[in-house]
Design a protein around this ligand. Structure first.
Ligand SMILES: Nc1ncnc2c1ncn2[C@@H]1O[C@H](COP(=O)(O)OP(=O)(O)OP(=O)(O)O)[C@@H](O)[C@H]1O
Length: 440
């Protein structure tokens, strides 16, 4: 459970998301409220339910990003779903309860990774012994002093990496490889039952494989870690994490809101809202890992609400999404900041990628201005896809450099991306509306 204060949370989000202060504040409060609830004693704690959030704003302005980063900060199980992907119960399609099943799966995966990290040192020790056994079969019989000293010598060599490339035969269990089973949508429960049946059947199989010492060590570490972790504990922790900490992001909620003029015409959309309601209000969902209560899961719904309004949602759902935040459309100035400021900003990513080829890319101030302006203009003239436009523009801008960076004959080992370079690469394309629709 995160103990960060709302101010600290917003500060941490600032490292990744430009602007959108209202939305950051809202999610920061929601996260802090979880910690607050844990401090409340007695029955009242169970009564306090999360205040779910409705984010309203055009596409590509950071709605998902804020929720995803929040979940990462809180180390909370997180899933994103699109409301339009679901169909009313009774119709062919995915039913909304699969959201909760997927959330638990995510939580199990997170807990398993954490458990494996915790037992890793012990797993490494055991794997090292098994490697030494394989390299020195005689040592296993305890040949006395000399065997032991050879073992120590090998151990030293192994730790120094001197044996990494040597090949050995190692016996590994083939457990863990899950069988993919296709069942019609809506039958996820059956899939998971069949899957566990098959994985039980394949459990005992062991296979000998020829691997390098390095690869064998990794494989043995995984196998040892598998025996050291406690599956029941993992599942229990995962269920707790999903119930108490889970965050579900429901995108495109506006698309299942009925519009005034077509009221009644689209029963199934309203049906999806009706099905979502119990999850948000708090119900029990049956999952592979047992029954799960949804009362304390935080729901963040989002949508552009261009054609419909939040008031077009069914009243019960409106009541369950009491916190409304509007995200602003991004300006060229925001684009410029998104390019350069976040911790892993696009410019930094390209700099790092091309640096591996010995090419130093430097973005000048006027270069960044120009990229931001171009991307913004393209959103205006073609389709507005928000900050996602920066990805396509940057890819195109640096395509030549990416292609030829590995050439030994490169004239210079520095590439200065200034306004002139940007214009040279993109201006012509950007002016041609038809062409840019396909390429940028
Ligand atoms: N305010 C912002 N600051 C930094 N990066 C942003 C911002 N807005 C969007 N981005 C970047 O743009 C991409 C798309 O944003 P995001 O997924 O949050 O869109 P969205 O608002 O949820 O849209 P949609 O409703 O279509 O899913 C992300 O990769 C993110 O890095």
């Amino acid at each position: 459970m995160s103990t960060m204060t709302p101010r600290e949370i917003v500060h941490a989000l600032d490292k990744h998301i430009i602007g959108q202060e209202d939305a950051k504040r809202a999610v920061a409060i929601a996260l802090r409220n979880r910690w607050r609830r844990q401090q409340v004693e007695g029955d009242l704690r169970g009564e306090i339910t999360p205040k779910n959030i409705l984010m309203i704003g055009p596409t590509g302005v950071g709605k998902t990003e804020i929720a995803r980063r929040l979940a990462r900060l809180a180390n909370a199980p997180f899933i994103k779903v699109e409301a339009t992907k679901f169909t009313e119960v009774g119709y062919v399609g995915r039913d909304v309860e699969s959201i909760i099943r997927d959330l638990v799966e995510t939580a199990v995966k997170m807990e398993r990774e954490a458990a494996v990290r915790r037992v890793r040192p012990r797993a490494e020790e055991a794997a090292e012994e098994r490697i030494l056994d394989l390299l020195l079969p005689a040592g296993r019989d305890g040949e006395g002093g000399s065997g032991e000293s050879t073992r120590q010598l090998l151990r030293k060599k192994f730790r120094e990496g001197a044996l990494d490339e040597r090949e050995i035969d190692v016996e590994l269990s083939s457990q863990g490889r899950s069988v993919d089973i296709m069942t019609p949508p809506g039958m996820e429960e059956m899939t998971s039952q069949l899957q566990s049946l098959f994985s039980n059947l394949s459990k005992q199989q062991r296979k000998t494989r020829r691997l390098t010492v390095k690869a064998a060590f990794e494989a043995l570490c995984e196998e040892e870690a598998g025996t050291l972790v406690n599956e029941e504990e993992i599942v229990q922790r995962a269920r707790d994490a999903a119930e108490q900490n889970g965050i579900v992001f429901v995108d495109e909620l506006d698309k299942v809101a009925k519009r005034g003029e077509t009221a009644g015409a689209d029963v199934s959309r309203e049906g999806v809202q009706r099905d979502l309601l119990p999850l948000i209000e708090g119900c029990t969902v049956s999952t592979k890992h047992g029954m799960l209560r949804t009362d304390h899961i935080l729901f963040i719904a989002s949508g552009a609400f261009h054609l419909s309004r939040p008031s077009d949602l069914i009243p019960e759902l409106q009541g369950r999404l009491p916190i409304r935040v509007e995200l602003q459309a991004l300006t060229p100035a925001d684009f410029r900041r998104i390019l350069a400021e976040p911790d892993a900003s696009l410019t930094r990513q390209y700099e790092a990628l091309l640096a591996t080829e010995g090419l130093a890319v430097r973005f000048t101030d006027d270069g960044l201005d120009r990229i931001a302006e171009l991307a913004w203009q393209l959103n205006e003239t073609t389709e507005n896809i928000g900050a996602r436009r920066l990805h396509t523009v940057m890819e195109r801008l640096l395509e030549d450099a990416s292609f030829s960076a590995a050439d030994a004959s490169l004239a210079s080992d520095e590439l200065v991306v200034d306004a002139a370079y940007v214009d040279g690469q993109l201006a012509e394309l950007a002016l041609d509306e038809d062409l840019s629709r396909f390429i940028l």
